[in-house]
Structure formats: C-alpha cells, structure tokens
Design a protein around this ligand. Structure first.
Ligand SMILES: NC(=O)c1ccc[n+]([C@@H]2O[C@H](COP(=O)([O-])OP(=O)(O)OC[C@H]3O[C@@H](n4cnc5c(N)ncnc54)[C@H](OP(=O)(O)O)[C@@H]3O)[C@@H](O)[C@H]2O)c1
Length: 334
C-alpha cells in the first residue's frame, strides 16, 4: 500500500523556499517601481533643489515639454537653444501659460555643434552664475537621420553626434555643477536612450548608441560622486524615439496598416536597413519634415505637414506619393 503522508525531500523544500524568496523579491521590486512611477508624490523641486531650471534643446520635443512641466511645478526656467526666434517664441508661450505672476523665463543662445560652442558654454556658465540653478536638464541630442552602417557615417554626422550627445552634456554639466556644489543641492537630468541602456546592441546606429552609453555611464559616476554633496544625478531612458510628428490616431491595428503601407527609406531599399527592419525596432511611419516641428503639439499630422508651423506650406489635398518621394520624407524614429 502506498504511503500518502510522506514528507517531500529536504532539497525540494529548499528549492521551494528559494523560489518563494525570489518571487517575494520580484514582487517587492515591482511594488516599489509602481509606487515610484505612479503613486509617490512629486518632490517640491523649488524648495528641494533651487529656484531655476536650465533646459538645453528647449525649443522642441522632450526639452520643450520638460521646460513647461518644470515651469508648471514652480521653477523659473532658462531655455537654451540655437535659434533665437524659436527661443523667443517658446519663452513667450511659456510665460503666457504660467499661473505665477512672478514666473521668470530667460533664454540663452548656443549652437552646440558650432566651433565656438566651448566658449559659448563658458558664457552660459557666467550667465547662470548669479542664479540659484536647482535643476539642469541636459536634453539636447540627436540621432542618425536614418539607419546606416558605420562606414557610411560621414565626418559631419559623426562630429554632430559627438558634439551634441557627448560634448554638450559634459560641458554644460561642468559649467553648472560648481554652483550646485557651493549651494549643496541640485539635480541633473541627462537624456540617455533605451538603445544603449536596455538593448544588448543596436546595429546601424552605433555612434548614436555609443554616445548614449557615454551619457549613461557619465550619469552613474556623477551620481556616486555628488550624492554626498546633495546633488542628484539621473539618466532618463527613452525606449524608442517618439516625436511629436508621429501622432498615431486610431487603434494599434490602424498603426499596423499604416506601417505596412509606408515604404522603406533608401538604406532599407539598398539593403542597409533590412537588418534594422528584421529587429522590428524601426518605426517607418514617422516623419521629421521641418514643417512638422511646430511648437503646437496639435500642429502636426502623422504625414509631417503642419497647419500651424510658422512658414509652413498650406495643407494640400492628399495625393499618392511616388515611392521616391516617400523615401525622401521618411526618417527612422529612434
Ligand atoms: N524622442 C525620443 O523618443 C528619444 C528616445 C531616446 C532618446 N532621446 C533623447 O532625448 C533628447 C531629446 O530628444 P527629442 O526627440 O525631443 O529631440 P528633438 O525633438 O530633435 O529636439 C532637439 C532639441 O535640441 C535642439 N538642438 C538641436 N541641435 C542643436 C544644436 N546644434 N545646438 C543647440 N540646440 C540644438 C533643437 O533645437 P531646434 O528646435 O532649433 O531644432 C531642439 O530644441 C535627445 O537627447 C535624444 O537623444 C529621445
């Protein structure tokens, strides 16, 4: 007769205990993440870090949105960008949307790819010298216009990537940190990318990804270096490129249909993009036509024409584009 109340062997109990521990640890981490991401109350930035926020690349995209959020949370803002007209327009827009009557917005012009960029950043440091800068957002950055092999990356693009993604973040941080150290408080937010922090590799974007890996590691080291001085350093990681010019409407099913209709960019047609396509990480439906870089988040359609962008061509009735034209207008969103 079989014995029904036999005890499981000790090794099985040990394994079950280990499994329980691992599950409890994962559950605790998930709960902490949910709390930090969705439930934890926001920090009082002005009181905790200082009165001013500095945002580089604040005239468009994420930088512009962050400038508005930081202003809404009670900080005065310095917008840093390369185009004085765009800076003035964003500053006026930002001021007009502030509830605080004493909200201040200042602008500083610097083209981080220009040969005088180093001198301009020194001037930026002096400009910020008298301000209680609490938050620095090193947002400015760029990627490839489309996927390509490393040997196809020309000198100009490589220089631009390194100057914007590496030099700008390094120099601006170097200019702003002494004031934060003196005041013993501050927060630095750098823009990394999921392409370097999450993906094991991201072929056809090697220089971009390498520059973002620099930002990631730079931020980790600064975090440890300056923790004891009251300065928080963070690297934000965006998994994929999300431009305002890409505004999917409808259901995910309609996005898939749109993707199927969209022709591949030249590199893919010539074979260069196929690898990227196989990975399923390329979103062909995006566009970065200049007319689509409108300050109004509602100003862009998914095909890249803007009704409200200054100087934008009036909307023309839709017509079928030749595949060549479609290719010229496309850009990989990363
Ligand atoms: N979007 C994403 O999903 C994503 C994903 C991963 C990482 N990121 C990172 O997040 C950051 C912002 O991305 P984004 O998509 O918001 O970029 P974006 O829309 O292209 O905006 C870039 C900003 O930088 C400014 N800028 C460009 N070149 C400049 C130069 N030479 N000198 C000074 N300013 C310059 C632009 O000014 P103009 O208005 O004059 O062009 C604009 O204000 C970047 O570092 C990017 O690598 C974004």
């Amino acid at each position: 007769m079989a014995c029904t109340d036999a005890q499981p062997p000790a090794w099985a109990l040990a394994l079950a205990a280990l499994g329980l521990l691992a599950t409890a640890r994962a559950a605790a981490r998930l709960a902490l993440w949910v709390y930090a991401a969705f439930l934890r109350p926001a920090k009082p930035l002005r009181r905790r870090y200082g009165a001013w926020a500095v945002v580089t690349g604040a005239t468009d995209g994420i930088g512009r949105a962050l400038a508005f959020r930081l202003a809404a949370s009670g900080l005065d803002v310095v917008l840093v960008g390369r185009d004085p007209d765009k800076l003035a327009a964003v500053a006026a827009d930002l001021k007009s949307k502030q509830r605080r009557p004493d909200a201040q917005v200042r602008t500083f012009v610097v083209d981080f790819t220009a040969d005088d960029a180093a001198a301009r950043v020194v001037a930026l440091g002096e400009f910020l010298g008298g301000l209680d800068v609490g938050v620095l957002v090193n947002n400015v950055g760029t990627s490839y216009p489309y996927a390509r092999y490393f040997h196809e990356v020309d000198e100009e693009l490589a220089r631009k990537l390194i100057r914007l993604n590496v030099e700008a973040v390094t120099r601006v941080t170097h200019a702003v940190l002494p004031g934060m150290v003196e005041r013993r408080r501050g927060a630095i937010v750098n823009m990394g990318s999921g392409a370097s922090a999450v993906m094991p590799s991201d072929p056809l974007y090697s220089v971009y990804v390498a520059t973002k890996a620099y930002v990631d590691q730079f931020s980790r080291c600064l975090y440890v270096e300056y923790k004891s001085k009251g300065i928080d350093v963070q690297c934000q990681v965006y998994p994929y490129r999300w431009r305002r010019s890409w505004r999917p409407s409808g259901s995910p099913l309609s996005w898939r249909r749109r993707r199927r209709r969209t022709p591949a960019p030249p590199s893919a047609a010539s074979g260069t993009g196929r690898g990227a396509r196989r990975t399923g990480r390329t979103r062909w439906w995006g566009s970065s036509s200049p007319s689509c870089r409108s300050p109004s988040p509602t100003g862009c359609s998914s095909t890249g024409t803007s009704a409200s962008a200054p100087g934008a061509a009036p909307r023309t009735p839709r017509r079928r584009r030749s595949s060549g034209e479609g290719r010229r207008r496309l850009r990989i969103d990363r």
